[in-house]
Design a protein around this ligand. Structure first.
Ligand SMILES: [Mn+2]
Length: 338
């Protein structure tokens, strides 16, 4: 399944008619949402459009080097400005999320704006009533890969340059865990090959993402595994739980706990993993699975979240301890094939 020529024509028309364009990322932005937004932003600016990327909350440290990252406006820091940019835009793009509520503090402005609304995303169940035009392809590895397909199929192909290709590559690489999952199809690797033709430096880009950890992050990882990991061998499950105090001890930087859940999942015989982090009045939860167990359904049913089959997020407004209890009770009753 791919998009139609008609969708591309509609997209080009919406862009042509718009002067003020705002590109929105999801809350707790990752490299796919930011990379795809910045890549499309680059194209729009080259076309002479007034375009702006906005984020609900700060961008994690590990992607702070991305091209044009310093142009992004963050709602947590400049709320009024983001509100104006969303509400007064002619056209908004939702990059890498399926419904306004995924933007937390930008949701209200998204509901009030008169702008035309375009979705470019690979999450299941997009909010069809909200968007005027949707590029929704859950089979795609990443929104970045989907965007690259769209650019190449449109009049925007001529604007693709090394910076755009690199930002897209970062989204693709990180959403597939360095080409390890969500990429069991030749097209994803063909996309990567094409991005390299546009000048992407693979080793350098990989090092900037994966070999660029702060000391705090590495120490937090060690602590999480040695002190905060609980394993349920019978249920093929494991989880890590970090209190606000734990996070503060390691500086609580943006992206401090990024990827830590994958270490729980990497244990032999573990096919369900979760990471709980205490953030203000809520507990943020990341879920991962290997194989057939659907953590998207699990997160939706029990923790007000969702995402993908093997990777999802959720939240809880119980205390950390109560959330741990709830999760453990669920785990104990789960049948997780491995
Ligand atoms: Mn994504």
């Amino acid at each position: 399944m791919t998009f139609t020529k008609d969708q591309i024509v509609q997209l080009e028309k919406l862009v042509e008619e718009a002067n003020d364009i705002t590109l929105i990322t999801h809350a707790n932005p990752d490299a796919d949402t930011v990379g795809s937004a910045l890549a499309l932003h680059n194209v729009l600016v080259q076309m002479g459009k007034k375009a702006q990327v906005v984020c609900p909350n700060p961008i994690p440290d590990f992607i702070q080097w991305m091209h044009n990252i310093d142009t992004v406006i963050v709602h947590d820091r400049e709320g009024r400005k983001v509100q104006r940019l969303v509400e007064n835009a002619d056209l908004i793009f939702a990059m890498d999320f399926n419904a306004p509520h995924r933007t937390s503090n930008i949701e209200k402005s998204m509901m009030e704006t008169k702008a035309k609304k375009v979705l470019i995303d690979h999450h299941l169940f997009p909010d069809e009533d909200y968007f005027d035009l949707m590029f929704s392809f859950p089979k795609k590895s990443s929104t970045s890969e989907l965007l690259f397909d769209i650019l190449r199929a449109s009049n925007y192909k001529k604007y693709i340059n090394k910076e755009i290709a690199t930002n897209i590559f970062v989204g693709l690489m990180t959403d597939t865990g360095s080409f390890a999952y969500n990429c069991n199809q030749p097209e994803t690797f063909e996309t990567a090959a094409e991005l390299i033709r546009y000048g992407v430096e693979v080793k350098k880009t990989h090092d900037l993402i994966y070999n660029n950890n702060s000391i705090d992050r590495i120490r937090a990882l060690g602590y999480s595994i040695s002190e905060r990991l609980r394993v349920f061998p019978k249920q093929n499950a494991a989880y890590i739980s970090l209190s606000a105090e734990d996070l503060t001890r390691y500086g609580n930087g943006e992206g401090l706990t990024e990827g830590i859940v994958n270490y729980a999942l990497s244990i032999q015989g573990i096919c369900f993993a979760a990471l709980l982090t205490e953030k203000g009045d809520k507990i943020k939860i990341s879920f991962r699975s290997k194989g057939t167990y659907d953590v998207n359904a699990f997160a939706r049913k029990y923790f007000e979240g969702g995402g993908h089959h093997n990777a999802a997020g959720g939240k809880s407004f119980l205390s950390l301890e109560k959330t741990e209890q709830k999760l453990e009770e669920l785990i104990t009753n789960l049948e997780i094939p491995c």
